[in-house]
Write a protein that binds this ligand. Sequence first.
Ligand SMILES: Nc1ncnc2c1ncn2[C@@H]1O[C@H](COP(=O)(O)OP(=O)(O)OP(=O)(O)O)[C@@H](O)[C@H]1O
Ligand SMILES: [Mg+2]
Length: 128
Amino acid sequence: MEMTTIHAVEKPRIRLEDIRITFPRTDGTELLVLNGVSLDVGIGEFVAVVGPSGCGKSTILRAISGLLTPSSGRVFIDEQEVAGTPDHVGFMFQKDALLPWLTVTGNINVGWNSEACRPASAGSDAGS
Ligand SMILES: Nc1ncnc2c1ncn2[C@@H]1O[C@H](COP(=O)(O)OP(=O)(O)OP(=O)(O)O)[C@@H](O)[C@H]1O
Ligand SMILES: [Mg+2]
């Protein structure tokens, strides 16, 4: 996906500055997903990113939420450069990322208990 600046707001809540994101391919080449993407989102703005499957929409969201670091360019939230996952940013994944052998509580606690990530724990947690 390539685009130029959508528009500039004075104090954007979210700002993407000339983002470039690539992923390594198995053959050693690079998949260029985002190139020169700049975007400002102002207070109270509702923004929809529309494009064909695979054009990089989720990649943009991952960069905003700090789950991905751009190959180049910068991401800001409330004028603070994003480095890691900001604690006040929510991110709704496109696909659920739940472990089906765990309960709701088990899924919530998964980060606290790495044992829970292993399917071997299926029997002990099922239905609790
Ligand atoms: N971690 C990754 N490693 C390698 N390639 C990736 C990775 N994440 C995404 N890609 C590739 O980057 C491209 C953009 O993916 P992305 O998920 O951002 O697309 P999308 O626009 O959200 O698509 P969809 O509409 O299907 O959700 C795709 O070709 C995808 O296969
Ligand atoms: Mg997507």
